[in-house]
Design a protein around this ligand. Structure first.
Ligand code: GUN
Length: 284
């Protein structure tokens, strides 16, 4: 069997960002994204700076609100209220994970659903489950779906297995694929015989945060493999998939880095633009 086609997420994301920047240039105001970061987690700091750079490069405004690690929950809730009420702000995003003393669900519920560009507020979670076009869809699974649709003419009836059940990727990914008429299974750390289940899949989405656990013998010949993992080991970044060997079985595969990651930022900017359009009752 020929080696898999390696999907260039960077190039795909660049196309999306170029199109989006033309739309941003055509509107009279700049969409504005507020990013809230609590504490000094190195990875989160890098992610948020990258989001800010990408937003600014596209002609959007983006401010990072950096709060100390020991901030009280009510202070964080108060900042979100202020951002909700600030008509200049179109999108509000709170970087996760939050410190242990803060209740994440309280924080996500505080974000105005119309500004919830991460789609983590339970109101948007519900809209996605209900297959509503009004749902704000979380950026990473939205980017994964974009890739799948771009390279796969018909998802209907395909068997998708998602490895990982997080609120950020696994669960919304399952809802998105169900809404595309896929048959969907989520496997996770307590699932028995994971590899037997994954071996049946036409589409494999690895989002479990464990370096290179998905091996070539888990993969059906010709499967579409998407790797959402970002694992840092001894200063090097690895995905959740054993890329070198899985390449020999899959038809398509996303690399790490340069696969899903760049798509996530592009989708976040798209959500911010959409939020701006809806809040201003524009039709683009
Ligand atoms: N932490 C890891 N992924 C994400 C994400 O997509 N959004 C936010 N806010 N935090 C994250």
């Amino acid at each position: 069997m020929a080696e898999a086609q390696i999907i260039d997420g960077k190039a795909l994301a660049l196309t999306i960002r170029t199109e989006l920047s033309k739309k941003v240039a055509a509107i009279p105001l700049k969409p504005n994204l507020a990013v809230v970061l609590v504490g000094n987690d190195e990875a989160s700091l890098i992610y948020d700076r990258n989001k800010q750079k990408a937003a600014q490069a596209m002609g959007m405004d983006c401010e990072i609100y950096h709060l100390p690690e020991n901030v009280a929950e009510y202070e964080l809730l108060e900042l979100i209220s202020q951002l909700n009420n600030d008509t200049r702000v179109n999108g509000v995003l709170v970087q996760l994970p939050l410190p242990k003393h803060i209740n994440t669900q309280n924080v996500l519920m505080q974000i105005n659903p119309e500004k919830d560009v991460d789609g983590f507020n339970p109101y948007n979670v519900g809209l996605l489950q209900a297959n509503s076009p009004k749902a704000m869809v979380p950026a990473t699974p939205k980017g994964v779906l974009y890739i799948l649709k771009h390279f796969c003419s018909d998802l209907s009836g395909k068997y998708a297995v998602i490895i990982g059940r997080s609120n950020i990727v696994g669960k919304p990914m399952a809802a998105l694929l169900l809404n595309q008429n896929c048959t969907v299974t989520i496997v996770h750390s307590k699932t028995q015989n994971i590899e037997k289940i994954v071996q049946q899949a036409d589409i494999v989405i690895a989002a479990c945060g464990k370096p290179q656990v998905v091996k070539a013998d888990w993969i059906k010949d010709g499967a579409f493999v998407i790797d959402v993992g970002i694992n840092r080991v001894d200063g090097k970044i690895y995905g959740d998939v054993d890329f070198e060997n899985v390449c020999k079985k899959a038809s398509y595969i996303t690399p790490v880095p340069g696969g899903v990651g760049p798509m996530t930022i592009a989708m976040l900017l798209e959500n911010t633009f959409d939020a701006f359009i809806r809040q201003n009752h524009l039709d683009v």
